[in-house]
Design a protein around this ligand. Structure first.
Ligand code: MRU
Length: 334
C-alpha cells in the first residue's frame, strides 16, 4: 500500500495517489498530471495527513518544474490548498528553494519522502518507551501510512507496540464527520492484524470512565512554540478526558510539523470545511432542509494537556521541555 508515488516518464511526470475518499471499499489510483489536479485532490482529501501533505506539496512543486510551468505560482497554489497542516507549505517551500538555488527539485522532493519514511521508524522506536505492557490504546483520525511516511506517526507507534507484544487493544475513534478513523485507521489496523474496535467519538468518555484506556496517541497538523497541538477535530476533548482520568496523552509528530512562526495555538489557522460534510451522511441529508452547520476540521489542544511529544529526534516531556531545541520554546511557556 503506497499512498503516494512519483511517476517518471513515460507514465509521468505525474503523482499517483491512492484515492482515500474511496477507501475502504475500493483501492483506486488517482493520477495527477498537473498542479490543479493535485490541489483538487488535496482539497477533497484524496491525499491527506500532515506529513503526507508535506510530501505531496514537495512533489507538486517538482511536477510544475518538470512540466516547465511557473514554479513559484504552482508553489503558492499548492500552499493555499489547505491551511492547517504546516507540512504542506514546508514541503512546497523546500522544493521551491531547491529550484531557485539551481538544485534538482525532484531530488529534493524524493529527499523529503525518504526523510519522512525514516522519521516514522524513529518515532515508533522512541515512542515505545511510553507504552506499558498490555496497553489499551485510544487513537483519533488516521495517522498511518495513508497520512505520512513509513507506518505513519501515532500509528507507527501503535505498530511498534503491536510488534513488541505490548499492545492489547486499539480503540479507534470513528472521527466524524469524514470518518478517517472508521474508514482508514480500521483499514490499516486490519492489514496489520492489530486487535481493534471502532467507537463513535461520543463513546470515548464512557471508555475512560470504565478504565479501558491506558494511553491516548494522536498525530498533529501543526505544533506551536508553546507546544499547543492542532490536530483533527475531536482531539482536544480526548486530551481533556485523558487529563481528568489521569491517562497519558501522547502526540507523535515529525519535526516538519513544528511551526516556529506560531507562538501559541491562537496563531494556528483552523480550516473550516463545507457544512454539507456534517449535514449529509452517505449522500443523504440528515438535518432539516437549510440547517446551518459548524464544521471546523481541526482543534487545538493546549500544551499543558500533552504528556509527551514524540519526534524523530527524541521525546519532549515537561521534564525536558524544549531541550531538543526544536522550537526555541519550553514547556514552561504553556
Ligand atoms: O483532515 P485530515 O484527514 O488531513 O487530518 C489529518 C489529521 O488530523 C492527522 O491526525 C494529522 O495529519 C496527523 S498524522 C499523520
Amino acid at each position: 500500500m503506497k499512498a503516494l508515488r512519483w511517476l517518471d516518464p513515460p507514465e509521468g511526470p505525474a503523482i499517483a495517489l491512492l484515492d482515500q475518499t474511496r477507501l475502504p471499499d475500493e483501492e483506486v489510483t488517482l493520477v495527477c498530471r498537473d498542479v490543479p489536479s493535485l490541489v483538487a485532490a488535496i482539497r477533497s482529501l484524496a491525499v491527506r495527513g500532515a506529513p503526507l501533505l508535506g510530501i505531496a506539496g514537495g512533489y507538486g512543486v517538482a511536477l510544475a518544474a518538470a512540466l516547465g510551468t511557473d514554479v513559484q505560482a504552482a508553489a503558492e497554489e499548492v500552499i493555499r490548498a489547505r491551511p492547517t497542516a504546516v507540512n504542506l507549505g514546508w514541503g512546497a517551500r523546500r522544493v521551491l528553494s531547491a529550484y531557485a538555488e539551481g538544485r534538482d527539485p525532484l531530488a529534493e522532493a524524493h529527499a523529503i519522502a525518504a526523510e519522512e519514511d525514516e522519521a516514522s521508524g524513529r518515532m515508533g522506536e522512541y515512542g515505545l518507551t511510553l507504552v506499558p505492557d498490555g496497553a489499551r490504546v485510544l487513537t483519533h483520525c488516521n495517522t498511518g501510512a495513508l497520512a505520512a511516511g513509513g507506518h505513519g506517526t501515532a500509528f507507527a507507534l501503535v505498530v511498534a507496540a503491536h510488534r513488541a507484544g505490548r499492545l492489547k487493544h486499539l480503540w479507534v475513534d470513528e472521527t466524524r464527520p469524514l470518518l478517517q478513523g472508521a474508514r482508514l485507521t480500521a483499514y490499516e489496523a486490519r492489514r496489520h492484524g492489530i486487535p481493534y474496535a471502532v467507537l463513535p467519538d461520543n463513546a470515548a468518555g464512557s471508555l475512560f470512565a470504565a478504565g479501558e484506556v491506558d494511553l491516548v496517541v494522536v498525530g498533529a497538523d501543526r505544533i506551536a512554540r508553546d507546544h499547543s497541538v492542532a490536530n483533527k477535530i475531536g482531539t482536544y476533548p480526548l486530551a481533556v478526558l485523558a487529563h481528568h482520568h489521569g491517562v497519558p496523552f501522547v502526540v507523535v509528530a515529525p519535526t516538519s510539523t513544528f511551526d516556529p512562526d506560531a507562538r501559541t495555538g491562537g496563531d494556528i489557522p483552523i480550516e473550516r470545511r463545507d457544512p454539507a460534510e456534517v449535514t449529509f451522511i452517505g449522500g443523504r441529508r440528515v438535518v432539516p432542509e437549510e440547517s446551518p452547520a459548524y464544521n471546523p476540521a481541526f482543534d487545538v489542544t493546549p500544551g499543558h494537556l500533552v504528556t509527551a511529544i514524540v519526534t524523530e529526534q527524541g521525546v519532549i516531556t515537561r521534564a525536558n521541555g524544549g531541550n531538543l531545541g526544536l522550537l526555541g520554546g519550553t514547556a514552561s511557556d504553556n
